[in-house]
Ligand binder design. Structure first.
Ligand code: UDP
Length: 354
């Protein structure tokens, strides 16, 4: 099948550090190519994948994240090439522009929903539900907006080989990801302090609200000994730190659509202590690969029970539930289904003129 894979413009593929969607796209295109599919990745540079690559912007505009000008340049250029490119399917991860203009393309568009829903976002996707096929990344995400034309639910995957398994753990807890209110960084810090545990924080801080949050809620707790902030870390550094941690703390305070970092921790044999929000219970099994609680306070009571969990169970769960092969096979089924439906279901007016 000729697949056009449209990545978000903001971060190169694979990402150096932060970048969950980008990491999943890298795994997906490599796996599809390995399966014999003809995949072209439309992304901002520099990229390193096994797919054909069409670089829409020489340099990913990471420091301009969210600015429409870059997004529109990227998606506009990609859609122009895709229009006459002879593709069988477009798989779009670009955010809002992809679905908004999907109806203009003569090719079916599959769009993976990567974020949580607000009432505005729900309205947005409903407006374009006849122009593209949606795919959710967790059951919880799908159920929180049931009215869309979903073609399925495909959980994200992790490269288990890239995540070194370590059975022997160090003496610290770790938090990896965006430093922000939604990810509950402050709650993780308070939990670590309350239980007398060392906590390493690694992650990016977006300018504006997240930077203010960091300065006011997190910095006052940093003491260089028990609570440390390491900045954004590379994939290698993340694997080194997470594989040695007693547990990953994931005290999220939002409808987490997936939470890739939890699956990565499991691949390292590191259990997860998490608040039960969004898709968290779909990634972590309470009492087996981690502990789940309704509040950070309740979660604190599980810290002393971390050693009851077997790192091998965590690793096995990652291999079993988040395999790149299974993810790629599911998407391929969806591509075939969408392609077979086209154009009669999505573009009935074209069926009449065909
Ligand atoms: N990440 C990283 N270095 C950092 C912070 C994050 O490599 O300093 C990675 C993390 O391991 C994961 C991704 O960025 O692969 C974040 O994805 P996740 O789904 O956990 O969070 P979200 O997409 O909601 O921000």
């Amino acid at each position: 099948m000729r697949v056009a894979m449209l990545a978000p413009v903001w971060i190169p593929i694979p990402p150096e550090g932060y970048g969950g969607i980008e990491r999943v796209i890298k795994l997906l295109v490599d796996e599809l190519v390995r399966m014999g599919e003809d995949v072209t990745l439309f992304a901002a540079g520099p990229c390193r994948t096994r797919a054909w690559q069409r670089i829409m912007l020489d340099e990913a505009p990471t420091y301009h994240m969210g600015e429409t000008l870059y997004d529109a340049l990227h998606v506009g250029r990609a859609y122009r090439e895709i229009y006459t490119g002879g593709f069988d399917i477009v798989h779009d991860h670009s955010g809002f522009l992809g679905p908004a203009f999907a109806g203009m393309l003569p090719v079916p568009v599959v769009h993976t929903l990567h974020g949580p829903f607000t009432p505005e976002i729900r309205r947005f996707y409903e407006a374009f539900k006849d122009d593209c096929y949606y795919v959710a990344i967790s059951r919880r995400q799908l159920e929180s907006c049931p009215g869309l034309n979903y073609l399925g639910m495909v959980p994200n995957a992790v490269d288990v080989d890239e995540h070194r398994y370590l059975g022997e753990k160090g003496d610290y807890l770790i938090c990896v990801g965006r430093i922000c209110e939604a990810k509950g960084t402050e709650q993780a810090v308070l939990l670590a302090r309350e239980t007398g545990n060392r906590l390493l924080l690694a992650g990016k801080i977006d300018p504006g609200r997240d930077r203010d949050y960091f300065e006011s809620r997190v910095v006052p707790h940093l003491d260089g000994k028990m609570i440390l902030y390491l900045g954004e870390v590379s994939q290698e550094e993340k694997v080194r730190l997470v594989s040695r941690a007693r547990a990953l703390l994931f005290t999220v305070q939002w409808e987490e659509p997936f939470g890739l970092v939890m699956a990565e921790a499991l691949a390292c044999g590191t259990p997860v202590l998490a608040t039960r929000w969004g898709a968290v219970p779909e990634v972590v099994e309470h009492g087996v690969t981690g502990f789940l609680a309704d509040s950070p306070r309740e979660l604190a009571s599980y810290v002393e029970r971390i050693d009851e969990l077997d790192p091998l169970d965590c690793r096995r769960a990652a291999e079993e539930h988040f395999s790149p092969g299974a993810m790629a096979a599911s998407y391929l089924d969806i591509y075939h289904y969408a392609s077979d439906m086209h154009p009669t279901r999505l573009w009935p007016h074209r069926a009449h003129t065909a």
